[in-house]
Design a protein around this ligand. Structure first.
Ligand code: GLN
Length: 489
């Protein structure tokens, strides 16, 4: 049963107001999330590691110090199981690290910044193995179910984070988006998620999948909450040389902007055959709402869109094949008893430790990077990536914002694509353009299908354009009621 008066159902900004006025304590808020997880997570399988005792201790400290300087002080959150926190089990939902209960010796920059702001980490969420997938079905802990219909997936790879927030198990969650893994699960679960510009948030201490594509971002109940979390975690990090030293705007203070004169593009390549009719209808209605708020909405073209997915599925496995090399059973991961020799040790550690999808990507990537095929695949894909980037650079000369569906349809059934990797890959078709270009993109709820499933609107902005993106999403959200709908669990 969903109870609206449950403290865990508050947004960050609502909880902050109550904490400041001392109407509630962080211990009560944290306990409410713990109770919620204990009562409903059996149905969802969103949370794979629980740090409840430690979280309650932290919350108590926050209550005792009682300084509510940051909007995140005393706010409980969940992190995808790829964020390292010193002393807290983190496994990438892979048998490779699960078999030895990997405990990181250090903190990711993101969780460290959140702790510094007083936020309380309560547990780790389910993900596809090392974030490879679009349904959380490749996790060694089993699938996460969608709170709106438990026969369906919550999306992936940040499926645990999205299902956890949609069902009020915490106030916000961290995800990662390499090829859509924040936006798609957020859209499948009816909540908001943002993939920032590549280099806006630090990847330090987050298990890598594809280093030139990986981004760190929040999944929240509202756009305002996205702004609050993003401004706390964004910014230069000496531990990640790809982060930018541009100052981080105060996103949450700049949300209330008028949409008058904002130029919105509707790319014709994103309205293709196979797009679910309820999804298409919801996106076109969203375009009308943006227009009614003063924006000008015009159809436009991003001509290389059709190559984005194929380019992603060449470049991503190449980087995966190199990043997965560290899991050899010696530096990290699954150990082997009584190996015949060193080669046998490596082979068994890797064949026993990794699941099918990870192995598939290592093989594709190794093949595409090998001497005879490098030019034909990797190099070619890098050139196409540049063309896709140019599409966006040109488009943002005439547009402030580009909108599209996040996914071709609402959440699919558990098992629907497990034996067909290409069908699973095709789910990313509308998200990989932004990935190739390294631009920010978010998902905000924009409808409910006839089957009662949430639909997400994708908004893409120019590099470093998070402030504009968030304020447009905020205006849209305030003009609609989709973000207030909750699953009946
Ligand atoms: N579905 C994409 C993939 O499997 C997205 C992964 C991600 O963003 N982590 O590669």
């Amino acid at each position: 049963m969903h109870t609206d008066n449950m403290l865990s159902s508050l947004t960050i900004s609502q909880a902050h107001e109550k904490l400041k006025k001392r109407e509630i304590t962080s211990v009560e808020l944290t306990q409410s999330c713990i109770d919620r997880i204990e009562s409903i997570d059996k149905k969802l399988n969103a949370v794979v590691h629980r740090n409840f005792d430690r979280a309650l201790e932290e919350a108590k400290k926050v209550d005792d110090s009682a300084e509510w300087n940051s909007a995140l002080t005393g706010i409980p959150y969940l992190a995808k199981d790829v964020y390292c926190e010193a002393g807290v089990k983190t496994t990438g939902c892979s048998n490779m690290l699960r078999s030895k209960d990997y405990i990181p010796p250090y903190d990711s920059t993101t969780t460290k910044r959140l702790s510094a702001a007083g936020a309380i980490s309560i547990g780790k969420t389910n993900t596809d193995e090392f974030t490879m997938g679009g349904s959380t079905e490749t996790s060694c802990y089993g699938v996460t179910r969608n709170p709106w219909d438990t026969n369906r997936v919550a999306g992936g790879s940040s499926g645990g984070s999205a299902a956890g927030i949609a069902s009020d198990e915490a106030l916000f969650a961290l995800g990662t988006d390499t090829g859509g893994s924040i936006r798609q699960p957020a859209s499948f679960c009816g909540i908001a998620g943002i993939r920032p510009t590549y280099g806006r948030t630090s990847r330090y201490g987050v298990m890598s999948m594809a280093s030139s594509l990986d981004t760190i971002g929040p999944i929240c109940k509202t756009v305002e909450d996205l702004a609050i979390v993003l401004e706390a975690i964004a910014g230069h990090d000496p531990m990640d040389g790809t982060t930018s030293d541009r100052p981080v705007p105060k996103y949450s203070g700049a949300l209330k902007k008028d949409l008058k004169g904002v130029r919105v593009g509707l790319p014709k390549e994103y309205f293709i055959e196979g797009l679910n009719s309820d999804t298409e209808h919801a996106i076109r209605e969203a375009a009308k709402i943006l227009a009614s708020l003063g924006a000008t909405v015009t159809e436009m073209s991003l001509p290389h869109t059709k190559y984005a997915l194929a380019t992603y599925y060449v470049l991503c496995p190449c980087e995966v094949s190199s990043n997965m090399a560290r899991y050899d059973g010696i530096r990290y991961g699954h150990g082997v008893s009584k190996p015949k020799d060193l080669l046998d040790y490596y082979q068994r550690a890797r064949s026993e430790g990794f699941g099918t999808e990870v192995k598939r990507r290592i093989m594709i990537g190794t093949y595409a990077l090998s001497a005879g095929y490098y030019d034909a695949y990797y190099l070619k894909a890098q050139k196409v990536r540049t063309l896709i980037c140019e599409d966006f650079t040109n488009a943002f000369k005439n547009f402030d914002l580009i909108i599209s569906p996040v996914a071709p349809s609402p959440a699919f059934k558990v098992g629907a694509h497990v034996n067909d990797p290409v069908a699973m890959y095709l789910e990313d078709v509308f998200m990989d353009g932004a990935v190739m270009a390294g631009i920010p993109a978010l998902s905000v709820p924009c409808g409910i299908s006839k089957e009662g499933l949430p639909i997400g609107l994708q908004m893409m902005g120019p590099q470093w354009g998070e402030a504009g993106l968030l304020s447009a999403a905020y205006a849209y959200e305030q003009a609609t009621e989709w973000h207030t709908k909750k699953p009946a669990l």
